[in-house]
Design a protein around this ligand. Structure first.
Ligand SMILES: Cc1cc2nc3c(=O)[nH]c(=O)nc-3n(C[C@H](O)[C@H](O)[C@H](O)COP(=O)(O)O)c2cc1C
Length: 472
């Protein structure tokens, strides 16, 4: 927070109400050209110092800082600096194994069952039609594989239940945490968990990003930062709690302890999830530091709290995935925020052979790094900036022929959170790839672009520097 304050990107908001006001101010902030990090203090009805932070990674500078890349970043430099890193992080996570400590602020306070009461925290009701108050949005739920012992951290939303005596965890099927819990249920009848609800935003980034199975998000965070992160061991379950955690609980999940959860404003921009019962926590212990900060990361109509982070991380992972698949010629990838970083992916390509652009399109639409909840992939030539939606759509309008250049795939990896699927109850979606590259066989014959060439542009800029300054 000190570093973010130093670059002028932190604002403190005093006196907001947990009931919709924090959510509304945050939602308006995300729509600004350059959203700030907002630290809510003096929240109505709660002691001063019990705070909520939103917008933690909603700018290139703050995300760069969180990833250990420094604050001198913009969209382009961030993606360039991330080139090759996701693969490196994955391969070096084991060399940055998290280390145990016995001294951490999270140990300031420890409350044991049956005295645990989560209502002491200023948990926001984020959106008007939410089914309750969500303490966990930018959170990390830690589980383990009962057979291998491998630890997993995932961001799965946490809603207060029973006036704060318990809380539910909403984990989508197929998520690593879900698989771990199912294995524990099958072998032991109950599953241990830890949930951290405020921490260094690096944990929001790694827990909310598809880190490969078997790689601990704590170790992965160490690989990102280039130094191991510290954890304290939870007294009852033995699972790790990040030493920088502000609020954490540990306990057990059992198949028959459930509560109705939601609805919740989703990353698609709708209240589109299902309202089936989900697992509720049997909390053994609550840990929190003095004057704790809840790390809020509410989704909603994009751009939302973590849509920028998702776009950057997804773009870097897709670029890495395509490159390591052996595909050549990819010059840029952008997973657009309007599609929550999943639904719309633009890929720029320097075509080298007939069929190259379709190959890039199909791989992107179904690669493990992007298949979940994708809907549109647009492949463009390398003269198009994939981040610039106007340029991408110009290529679609002028270089694709709908009858020949839009291909549909069916029965692909969807989710009930999809507003289009929410009434059908089927987990499949269909998706379109749009090949907006000039036809390979017409590359040399395709009409020239009617825009001044680079040397004319530079000459004009030199002559009228003030008038033509970049960014005006
Ligand atoms: C702030 C935030 C909240 C999220 N909420 C949920 C959620 O409630 N349920 C869910 O299944 N995934 C949620 N996700 C997506 C998962 O965190 C993401 O798919 C992650 O890769 C899951 O980790 P895993 O692959 O280790 O299971 C959220 C992501 C973020 C960044």
């Amino acid at each position: 927070l000190r570093a973010v304050d130093q670059i002028g990107q932190l604002a403190t908001v005093e006196g907001a109400d947990w009931d919709l006001e924090i959510g509304t101010v945050s939602a308006l902030n995300y729509r600004r050209r350059s959203p700030l990090a907002l630290l809510f203090d003096d929240i109505a009805g709660y002691p001063r110092g019990y705070r909520v932070l939103t917008g933690s990674v909603s700018s290139a500078q703050r995300l760069g800082y969180t990833l250990g890349l420094g604050t001198a970043q913009d969209d382009r430099s961030l993606v360039e600096n991330l080139r090759g890193l996701p693969t490196r992080w994955q391969n070096t996570a084991a060399q940055h194994r998290a280390t145990q400590t016995d001294v951490a602020p999270i140990l300031d306070n420890c409350v044991e069952a049956p005295d645990v009461d989560l209502s002491i925290f200023p948990t926001p009701r984020w959106h008007e039609h939410d089914g309750g108050r969500y303490l966990g949005t930018g959170c990390m739920v830690i589980t383990s594989d009962p057979h291998s012992g491998a630890v997993n951290g995932g961001a799965y939303r946490i809603q207060l239940q029973d006036d704060g005596r318990t809380a539910t965890i909403n984990i989508g099927p197929g998520k690593h945490g879900h698989q771990n819990i199912e294995k524990w249920f099958a072998s032991e009848g109950r599953a241990p968990f830890v949930a951290s609800m405020g921490h260094d935003p690096i944990f929001l980034v790694v827990a909310g990003t598809e880190v490969p199975a078997g790689v601990s998000e704590l170790d992965y965070a160490g690989a990102v930062l280039g130094r191991p992160v510290e954890f304290v061991r939870a007294g009852e379950t033995g699972l790790p709690i990040p030493a920088t955690s502000e609020i954490a609980v540990e306990g057990w999940l059992t198949p028959d302890t459930t509560r109705t959860e939601g609805p919740f404003g989703e990353w698609t921009g709708y209240y589109s999830g299902s309202d089936a019962p989900v697992l509720a926590m049997n909390i053994s212990r609550l840990y929190f530091r003095d004057e704790p900060i809840i790390l809020g990361a509410p989704p909603g109509l994009p751009p939302h709290d973590y849509s920028y982070m998702r776009s950057v991380m997804k773009s870097a992972m897709i670029l890495d995935g395509l490159t390591s698949s052996g595909l050549t010629g990819v010059t840029g990838v952008w997973a657009h925020e309007c599609g929550g970083g999943r639904l719309l992916i633009a890929v720029a390509l320097k075509q080298a052979y007939g069929g190259h652009s379709r190959q890039a399109a199909y791989l992107t639409a179904q690669g493990p790094f992007s298949a979940y909840m994708n809907r549109y992939v647009i492949v463009v030539d390398d003269d198009i900036d994939p981040r610039n939606l106007d340029e991408v759509m110009w290529a679609v309008c002028t270089r694709s022929d709908p009858a020949n250049d839009i291909e549909i795939m069916t029965k692909s990896w969807g989710d009930s959170v999809d507003p289009v699927l929410s009434s059908s109850n089927l987990p499949y979606n269909s998706r379109a790839v749009i090949d907006a590259c000039r036809d390979f066989h017409l590359l040399t014959k395709f009409p020239k672009v009617a825009h001044p060439n680079e040397s004319l542009i530079q000459a004009a800029r030199r002559r009228w520097p003030d008038l033509l300054a970049e960014g005006r």
